[in-house]
Design a protein around this ligand. Structure first.
Ligand code: HEC
Ligand code: HEC
Length: 149
């Protein structure tokens, strides 16, 4: 059971990273989610999407939303006004938009610029690890653990 859950969670996180793997201001096509054959219909018109492209397939959008809830250990209503997903009245929704842009910048600009790092990428779960607010204070550093400057 554990490995099944881990695989499912990894798939969701992957889907989420694919779903907004585009410049925040641009609107290039979203690549299809790996392992899924049929294209899903685009989301209905009239949406309030500022980070995802307007024509994001519904399945990619929902995969990303599921990944957010898993990564933060929350329900949909943590970021949404219940019953009105397009509303921005819950301030956490806009924070989440900023977090999406930050994650995009880390993965597409900051991390690739670190020489010798390879393909390291982060997701919401990298920092949040199942918590709505990540641990902000570092654990006390044992003496001698830091390299000499
Ligand atoms: C961590 C915050 C967060 C969580 C949790 C979350 N969402 Fe979202 N959701 C967002 C953000 C941010 C957007 C807008 C993205 C954009 O602007 O491109 C969004 C957009 C949406 C939209 C599109 C609304 C529109 O404009 O038409 C739907 C539908 C949606 N979410 C459903 C869900 C569902 C269902 C869940 C629970 C499974 C969920 N969300 C959980 C942050 C969240
Ligand atoms: C580099 C680390 C990092 C990444 C990656 C990250 N976050 Fe965060 N996030 C934080 C920190 C730190 C805070 C807490 C800020 C504070 O409260 O002072 C936070 C706070 C939030 C909050 C506000 C929580 C609250 O209740 O106040 C939301 C919503 C959120 N993040 C969503 C996301 C989503 C969605 C993603 C992925 C798209 C994401 N975060 C990726 C570090 C990160």
């Amino acid at each position: 059971m554990k490995s099944t859950f881990t695989l499912a969670a990894a798939t969701l996180v992957f889907a989420a990273s694919v779903a907004f793997a585009q410049p925040p201001s641009g609107t290039p096509a979203v690549p299809p989610v790996k392992g899924e054959g049929q294209p899903s219909p685009p989301a209905p018109a009239g949406r309030n999407l500022q980070v995802f492209p307007a024509d994001v397939p519904q399945r990619n959008l929902m995969n990303a939303m599921q990944a957010f809830t898993a990564a933060l250990g929350v329900n949909c209503s943590h970021c949404h006004v219940p019953g009105n997903f397009a509303s921005d009245d819950n301030p956490r929704k806009n924070i989440a938009r900023g977090m999406m842009r930050m994650t995009w910048q880390l993965n597409n600009q900051t991390l690739p610029a670190i020489e010798g790092l390879g393909e390291t990428r982060v997701s919401c779960a990298t920092c949040h690890r199942g918590a709505a607010v990540p641990a902000l204070e570092p654990r006390p550093t044992p003496p001698g653990a830091l390299p000499k400057q």
